[in-house]
Design a protein around this ligand. Structure first.
Ligand code: SF4
Length: 348
């Protein structure tokens, strides 16, 4: 077994055989003094996810380092599962996936292909290039927004897409992120919760603090108090640096432009995205705001937002029966707010 490879990619199935071969069981992992560094490292994986958005690479020079690294992965998953918070799960999945994608860049093409197989992405090596079936390509790139990820801008031959190692790693990042998001939370036993009690408690506190920080904040002069719930959620996703579907990015950009936010402020909002590319994002903003397309787009109607799955948390006003468009919500709230402010002024 290649322990270095397992330390770099601890989600591989072979990692559990490696742990068994080292005669380590769950009790050892949760309570053994010798494995306290693995628990510490597991907690660090989760902290990295919340603080940095990426699991940092640690030294893997010795067999002991590698074993601890492999063991830290299930510890991190148990902590995340015990907290059981969707925001934490998404942050953690993204951070593990980003770390894997970086590590894949220094792997051989055969190694990349074998990681792909483990992630159930069909891959073939042809003349030292990696290729995948276009259906897999579409599945994993549907949330990527830059034009370079459009199928029409990609070399396709006989139903297969040819990708550089770097682009392939990015696709696998998406595949691992989705896999971890699907797998978590795990069912955790009382023994796990008892043994990791303080790590779980600290992670809960840190998760809350990060969530607070990433809660949609006001955008310069524009207060988001008047925003419809869908747009508030989209702003929160953008500020948290989470992946946003193309439809959400379009709707939010069009909404912010219509209510008067500048292109620079919109660009700034998207700068935490894991895929952020200033020139591509600016191009998309300029397209949506009409600068290069000649058409100033407005956000979709509520019914379309619903069909895209981005009508988040509709409130009483949304459900009042007269809400057809996110901009109507904003105008109604703005009117109410103005009237409230005028009344307050009269009172003074
Ligand atoms: S009903 Fe309309 S305004 Fe309200 S959250 Fe849904 S899409 Fe947004």
């Amino acid at each position: 077994m290649d322990s270095l490879r397992l330390a770099r990619f601890p989600f591989l199935r072979e990692a559990s055989d490696y742990v068994k071969a080292n005669k380590i069981d769950l009790r050892d992992l949760l309570e053994g003094d010798a494995l306290a560094p693995a628990r510490l490292r597991g907690k660090q994986r989760v902290t990295d996810a919340l603080n940095r958005g990426e699991v940092e690479t640690r030294p893997t020079g010795t067999e002991q380092d590698r074993l601890l690294e492999v063991l830290s992965y299930p510890v991190a998953r148990m902590i995340v599962s015990s907290v059981g918070d969707g925001f934490l799960i998404r942050r953690y999945a993204l951070a593990e996936a980003v770390a894997m994608a970086k590590r894949l860049l220094s792997e051989s093409i055969e190694s990349v292909a074998s990681v792909a197989e483990e992630l159930k992405v069909q891959v073939t090596i042809v003349d030292s290039s990696l290729r995948m079936h276009f259906t897999d390509f579409l599945r994993y790139t549907s949330r990527m927004r830059s034009p370079e990820w459009k199928l029409v801008n990609t070399e396709v031959e006989g139903g297969y897409v040819y990708l550089s190692q770097q682009r392939f790693a990015r696709v696998l990042q998406q595949a691992l992120q989705e896999k971890i998001e699907d797998e978590l939370p795990l069912d955790v036993s009382d023994q796990v919760v008892r043994s990791l009690k303080s790590d779980i408690a600290e992670t809960k506190v840190l998760t809350e603090a990060r969530r607070e920080r990433y809660k949609a904040e006001d955008l310069g002069k524009i207060t988001i108090v008047k925003f419809p719930p869908c747009m508030r959620r989209l702003v929160g996703i953008a500020q948290a640096g989470e992946n946003m579907p193309h439809t959400g990015r379009f709707a939010l950009t069009a909404f912010l432009h219509t209510i008067g936010l500048s292109q620079d402020d919109i660009l700034n909002l998207f700068s935490s995205s894991p895929d952020f590319d200033p020139s591509k994002t600016r191009y998309q903003i300029e397209h949506i705001t009409g600068e290069i397309s000649g058409t100033e787009y407005t956000p979709p109607e509520c019914s379309t937002m619903r069909s895209y799955g981005i009508c988040f948390d509709p409130d009483n006003l949304c459900n009042s029966g007269r809400m057809r468009h996110p901009l109507s919500y904003y105008r109604i709230k703005s009117g109410r707010r103005r009237r409230t402010e005028q009344t307050e002024e009269k009172k003074e």
